[in-house]
Design a protein around this ligand. Structure first.
Ligand code: PGA
Length: 260
């Protein structure tokens, strides 16, 4: 497989509500030690808010970047329990996961609300990792294209990007998240290609060729190679397998082998 010269592979660890600040530093240090000096794959760690500051110190001076798992789309104010883009920026956060299916289902976030967050992220110099994906029911009913296109349309309404690498799309079929049942490489490629064609129409051919589309949903060392070799799969958003340094490092190494 030849290296993708246009899009640098992106491997993101979504730690969800796991790891205390102390545990997070240990995990981050192990990852930095193993893959923090290479520059062929972008590695991003997204710890919970409470560990951002300590993980920022652990990745300082390395090529590992810091991401957040959410933000609130306002500068400041009476929003108990929420975190603003400014607060994230000050902690050296550069990426932010938005519209994750757990936020959509458990916290009832709509496409319109996710759209406000994407605007807020970009206006504050943060790179959104916008998650889209169909539920099992929608998948079985043959509605995945329709559902994903509607999510893209509504979540990216009014969005312009000054640089194509400032926006990342994550395809995360809801039925694959945390279930151990990943999308087949063929399904992932089919959906990623559909998303890229949508991006051509929405932005431009040049931008669509440069915006990274990563896959998420039970991505593990065992299936990383077959998923990451798909031509429109530009990396991964990893949950369970990102909680242990060995498995996460193996996935980064899979991505690295594809650039050799
Ligand atoms: P998983 O989670 O790798 O545990 O399936 C992926 C995600 O939710 O981002």
């Amino acid at each position: 497989m030849t290296a993708n010269v246009i899009r640098k592979s992106l491997i993101v660890g979504n730690w969800k509500m796991n790891k205390t600040a102390t545990e997070a530093v240990d995990l981050a240090q192990e990852i930095v030690e193993a893959v923090g000096r290479q520059t062929d794959v972008n590695v991003v760690l997204c710890p919970p808010f409470t560990a951002l500051s300590s993980v920022a110190k652990a990745v300082e001076g390395s090529n590992v970047s810091l991401g957040a798992q959410n933000l609130y789309p306002a500068k400041s104010g009476a929003f108990t329990g929420e975190i603003s883009p400014d607060m994230l920026r000050q902690l050296l956060v550069t990426y932010v996961i938005l519209g994750h299916s757990e936020r959509r289902t458990i916290f009832k976030e709509s496409n319109a609300f996710v759209n406000l967050k994407v605007h807020a992220a970009l206006e504050n110099g943060l790179r959104p990792i916008l998650c889209v994906g169909e539920t099992l029911e929608e998948h079985d009913a043959g509605r995945k294209v329709e559902v994903i296109q509607q999510q893209l349309e509504e979540c990216l309404e009014g969005i312009t990007v000054s640089k194509p690498d400032s926006l990342v799309i994550a395809y995360e079929p809801v039925w694959a998240i945390g279930t151990g049942k990943n999308a087949t490489p063929a399904i992932a490629q089919e959906v990623h290609q559909m998303i890229r064609l949508w991006l051509v129409k929405r932005f431009s051919k040049d931008y669509a060729a440069r915006i990274r589309i990563v896959y998420g949903g039970s991505l593990k060392p065992d299936n990383a190679n077959e998923l990451l070799t798909q031509p429109d799969v530009d990396g991964g958003l990893i949950g369970g397998a990102a909680l242990e340094s060995r498995s996460f490092i193996k996935i980064v190494e899979s991505a690295l082998r594809l650039t050799a």
